[in-house]
Design a binder for this molecule. Structure first.
Ligand code: PLP
Length: 624
């Protein structure tokens, strides 16, 4: 169990039971209640749904919203901060209706609002938002229609802020607010000079494509003064980037933002809100370091640092403490979803038993390769390996030129593999591994084929080498005996996962169990609730997976509160402009033709056409 670091990245939500299965633990009415993930899978299968399934656990979303808000609350109290915290959830992080519905439902008691970055997101937010106490923050480029939607919301009593990202937006906002006779709520997005380390942090810094520079901020203030509208400027916003691993970068950015806040306030803007954007990171590898997939701070340290820095800077100038907002997305939804999938097959790089001696007439190079094994020792391990690679390459050359046959080549490949295995065993006895031999174990690891698509379900694993915790979810009291990389069922060589969580270093292989006859082997990719769902694509026409949502109950049971069937083959074909009915017709004509030419009987035709039609209605993933 320690092998997978579940305690390190699980945030208290995932554990391993005495029987060796992953359990989900969630707070329910003040008690921690656990359910076994294998029971959940059984419940899903009993309902006739097949793998892969994206499992959402409502309680974890609720818990993350609660933890964030309670952490701010308790630090606000501890430091006697005079303002409050009102968070917003950025819709882009997971736009699915069910997710936004649950975010607003669980967020209501904290007045947790929404952030919209486009017209479509604003339309969604206006439908889903629960009350007029929560904030609705509009980022992104805004046209007249976008602005009118927001102004109408203000008219209806909602606190809908326009964050000015581009100087040009202001004229249009002023024009439309005059036309509709509504006083807008305005914010400015700062382009901070602070930049953070990490994967997604291009949003900060001088070269950021978003936000206003100092000259543009002054222009906005002057224009608002001219229009006698400076009293509308109530908010200052910045976004340093997502997944900021280092708390020092976070502190530096707040300090800089507070300097802007102070001076904009002194210019006469009645500022009341400081919106620090996203960036609160998720510890995907559990290392608690400033490595890109981790974070070197806790939630409480994050909220305390924000409050401390804001107080220290603003108190000096006697500026009232603002309402603090964060647009935390990743940390709110990441834990909520798990991708569950089964393993379909494996490939092993195993050696066949080699003969004691080679036949007399074996080619000299094959003989040389065979002899490498006899002279190999720890002392010459690197040299032996180099020799083996040399002979193997020469032998392949012989085959290409027709000088040896397929059986000879197969024997040579087996000898070569055996040498690598011996090298790998010898390497376990030495402390310092020669640089050229690093990665050898990866080359020898198995391939486990998972019933999922990296491109559809874990796009960041492919696009930006994001690491997600992945592990088997049962048989965890058995010692895993194999090392593998994972391949998906797209036939794309990028459709694989070969980087895994490890708190010491990145792991290139995953420890797994041997597959058993007639028994499924289930795995989970954890912490996939943020960004993955809508970034996914239809590579190889593998569509959306089935989605199942559960709620864990006080008695230790769970309800399946929602089931959403994944895309059918007809669905994905229609996304790429096919008309499934027309396809059906074209196929029927082909079957008719086959009957006419005597290739199949009329009875065959019925069966073949039916099976085509059934497949059109079926799931895009592998079905047993
Ligand atoms: N706010 C803005 C403006 C963003 O662009 C993003 C995403 O990058 C976020 C908030 C969400 O950030 P995170 O998921 O790190 O909380």
């Amino acid at each position: 169990a320690e092998l997978y670091g579940i305690k390190d990245w699980g945030n208290g939500y995932f554990h391993i039971s005495d029987t060796g299965e992953v359990t989900i633990s969630a707070p329910v009415n003040g008690k921690t209640v656990s359910v076994n993930l294998m029971d959940v899978i059984k419940g899903i299968e009993d309902r006739g749904m097949t793998m892969p399934v994206l499992l959402r656990i409502e309680n974890l979303l609720d818990s993350q919203i609660t933890r964030l808000n309670e952490s701010f609350r308790s630090n606000i109290k501890k430091f006697a901060y005079q303002g409050s915290y009102k968070g917003v959830f950025p819709i882009k992080v997971n736009q699915q209706q069910q997710v936004i519905e649950e975010v607003t439902r669980f967020g209501e008691r904290y007045n947790h609002g929404l952030e919209a970055g486009s017209k479509a997101e604003l339309i969604s937010a206006l439908g889903m938002i629960k009350n007029t106490e929560t904030l609705l923050i509009c980022n992104g480029y805004k046209d007249e229609e976008f602005i009118d939607l927001g102004l109408n919301a203000i008219k209806m009593g909602y606190q809908c802020f326009f964050v000015i990202e581009m100087p040009g937006e202001l004229d249009l906002i002023i024009k439309r607010s005059k036309a509709l006779d509504v006083k807008p709520l305005l914010g400015v997005r700062l382009k901070l000079s602070s930049q953070a380390g990490g994967h997604w942090t291009e949003s900060g810094g001088d070269r950021s494509i978003f936000g206003l520079n100092t000259t543009q901020i002054i222009e906005v203030i002057d224009e608002l003064k001219k229009q006698e509208m400076l009293d509308c400027l109530k908010l200052v916003h910045y976004h340093l980037g997502s997944q900021i691993p280092n708390i020092r970068d976070i502190r530096r950015a707040i300090t800089e933002a507070c300097r802007y806040y102070t001076d904009i306030y002194r210019e006469g803007a009645p500022l009341e809100h400081l919106d620090l954007g996203g960036g609160l990171a998720v510890d995907y590898d559990g290392s608690q370091t400033n490595y890109v997939h981790s974070r070197n701070y806790t939630l409480d340290e994050y909220t305390a640092d924000i409050i401390e820095v804001v107080m220290a800077t603003l108190d000096e100038h006697k500026i009232p403490h603002p309402v603090l907002t964060t647009e935390s997305g990743r940390s709110v939804v990441a834990y909520y979803s798990i991708l569950l999938f089964n393993i379909l097959d494996t490939t092993r790089f195993d050696t066949h038993a080699l003969p004691e001696t080679l036949p007399e007439d074996s080619h000299e190079l094959i003989q040389n390769l065979f002899d490498v094994r006899n002279v190999m020792k720890i002392r010459n391990i690197q040299e032996s390996c180099n020799d083996a690679v040399y002979y193997r390459d020469e032998i392949r050359q012989l085959f290409r030129h027709g000088q040896i046959n397929l059986r000879d080549l197969s024997l040579a490949e087996s000898i070569f593999l055996k040498i690598l295995k011996d090298v790998s065993l010898l390497m376990k006895k030495i402390k310092r591994i020669p640089p050229d031999l690093e990665g050898l174990d990866n080359a020898l690891s198995d391939i486990y084929y998972g019933n999922f698509s990296v491109f559809q379900s874990l796009p960041d694993a492919w696009a930006i080498d994001q690491i997600f915790p992945i592990m088997p979810i049962h048989r965890l009291n058995e010692k895993p005996s194999r090392e593998c990389i994972l391949a998906d069922i797209t036939c794309d060589c990028d459709g694989k996962i070969d980087r895994f969580t490890d708190i010491h270093d990145e792991k290139k292989t995953l420890s797994v169990h041997e597959l058993l006859q007639n028994e499924e082997y289930f795995m989970g990719a954890f912490l996939v609730g943020a960004y993955q769902e809508t970034l996914g694509d239809l590579h190889n026409l593998l569509g959306d997976t089935n989605v199942v949502s559960i709620r864990i109950k006080e008695e230790g049971e769970f309800d399946i509160v929602r089931e959403l069937e994944g895309d059918s083959i007809a669905d994905v074909l229609s996304y790429v402009e096919y008309d499934p009915r027309q396809l059906q017709e074209l196929f029927r004509q082909k079957a008719e033709e086959a009957v006419r030419t005597g290739k199949i009987t009329a009875k065959d035709r019925r069966r073949i056409v039916d099976s085509y039609e059934e497949s059109l209605r079926g799931y895009t993933y592998f079905e047993r």
